[in-house]
Write a protein that binds this ligand. Structure first.
Ligand SMILES: Cc1ncc(COP(=O)(O)O)c(C=O)c1O
Length: 409
């Protein structure tokens, strides 16, 4: 209850000696030092006709799958008085079957672990293998949550180098690993936001360098983030886990399975890694409803992978369309395309705003001179290409207020 001298809606400061009504914010809380001044992850969720900014799959789940989810969830609902299967054995078995069928390497339930989105997989990995006094490296620009989750788990973050063309220069990356001797190495392939894939040879070189740099402390973990691999022209790096117990492949159902709202990510690795992450997972972390829904989606894998093929065609059409309009495009193996160049950070932000003026939301990841567009439906991609065609004409007056600058990928 408010005290009598507190105006409705104001937040009273309970520190002794602070005048009533003094504004109270995040900086007044005893937030951990490494979180001070940082921004939360936040791609804008604006209500515009065409949203191509968060690498989602534009196709809603097909109706027969929606029916199957309903059936499976109804069954699960009858048992909601009980905790779910803590080890998600049925789901992990089906995920292992999917990986075996599509990833070029046979894995079993003992190799697979699942969590609420691959963000939670990454968090569990960092809680297990990072933490205070330890460090992780990623080659930036890359998926910004690797660094944010590192900070959230008290793991020091090292920003490793990437070449002018946004590929990982093997020698420079090996040198960075030798210099910093990180406990965890992130390799995102295809990379977000650039779309670039990393060759197996580079991952192997980084793995060897990481083991050598930390040989005195039992080696380092290498996490290959394959969130977008189903959209790739090339193969999954899943076979690399064979004989490499410190290599983890992380995956998600958010992109290829068109189930971002489901929150289901998973990893494949040596069984010892699966045992290790269970030291930090919360008991019953994966709800019965999540497990039931994911199992239903896996029953419809072939249909969902059919949509992936359409999106790959659309991605290639975006690349060709942008190039025909005179834009530079980074080679993409993902369901999105990085394009530019604009005149530095101000130029890309201005282009972002002009595209938004045309009702199309793309992503300004904070990579100066570049923007990222997710492959949508053919109609959405047409709207995008029309909008960028207009970038070639002189700017009109802004009709949408410019939001604050956001952080990278
Ligand atoms: C490279 C990469 N990894 C992981 C994720 C997280 O995916 P989710 O938590 O939805 O599984 C994303 C999301 O955009 C991503 O781009």
């Amino acid at each position: 209850m408010s005290s009598p001298d507190t105006a409705p809606g104001t937040v009273p400061d309970i520190s002794p000696g602070t005048p009533p009504g003094t504004p109270f914010g995040i900086d007044d809380l005893p937030v951990r030092d490494e979180l001070r001044g940082k921004s939360p992850y936040g791609a804008p969720q604006l209500d515009v006709p065409v949203r191509l900014n968060t690498n989602e799959n534009p196709y809603p789940l097909p109706e027969p799958l929606v029916e199957r989810i309903t059936e499976r969830v109804r069954e699960a609902a009858r048992r909601l008085n009980r905790y779910p299967d803590r080890d998600a054995v049925e789901l992990r078995t089906e995920l292992a079957a999917y990986l075996t069928k599509t990833g070029g390497h046979a894995v079993g339930v003992e190799n697979v672990w699942a969590a609420n989105g691959s963000n939670e997989v990454i968090q569990q990995l960092l809680q297990t293998f990072g933490g205070p006094g330890r460090t992780a490296i990623g080659f930036e620009p890359s998926y910004s949550m690797h660094g944010l989750i590192a900070r959230g788990t008290g793991t020091g973050w090292i920003s490793g180098p990437r070449g002018e063309d946004f590929t990982i220069d093997r020698a420079a990356a090996v040198a960075a690993i030798a210099e910093h001797a990180p406990d965890v190495v992130f390799v995102t392939t295809p990379n977000n936001p650039t779309g670039t894939a990393v060759p197996a040879g580079t991952v192997l070189a980084l793995y060897e360098a990481a083991q050598a740099a930390r040989s005195a402390t039992g080696g380092a973990m290498v996490v290959v983030d394959e969130a977008y691999v189903e959209f790739s022209h090339g193969e999954s790096l899943l076979p690399l886990i064979e004989g490499r117990p410190r290599l983890v492949v992380s995956r998600t159902m958010s992109k290829a399975f068109g189930a971002a709202g489901l929150r289901l990510g998973y990893l494949a690795a040596h069984p010892a890694v699966v045992d290790a992450v269970q030291l930090v997972r919360l008991p019953y972390h994966l709800s019965a409803v999540t497990q039931a829904t994911a199992l239903a989606a896996l029953e419809h894998t072939d249909t969902l992978l059919g949509y992936v093929e359409q999106l790959k065609t659309e991605r290639d059409r975006l690349v060709a369309g942008l190039r025909a309009l005179g834009f530079e495009v980074t080679e993409s193996d993902a369901n999105f395309v990085q394009f530019g160049r604009f005149d530095g950070a101000a130029g890309s932000h201005e282009a972002w705003r002009r595209i938004l003026d045309r009702g199309v939301l793309v992503r300004d990841n904070g990579v100066p001179g570049w923007l990222r567009v997710t492959a949508g439906t053919p109609a959405e991609n047409d709207a995008f290409l029309d909008a960028v065609r207009e970038l070639r004409t002189p700017p009109a007056a802004a009709t949408v207020p410019t939001p604050p600058k956001e952080q990278s990928a």
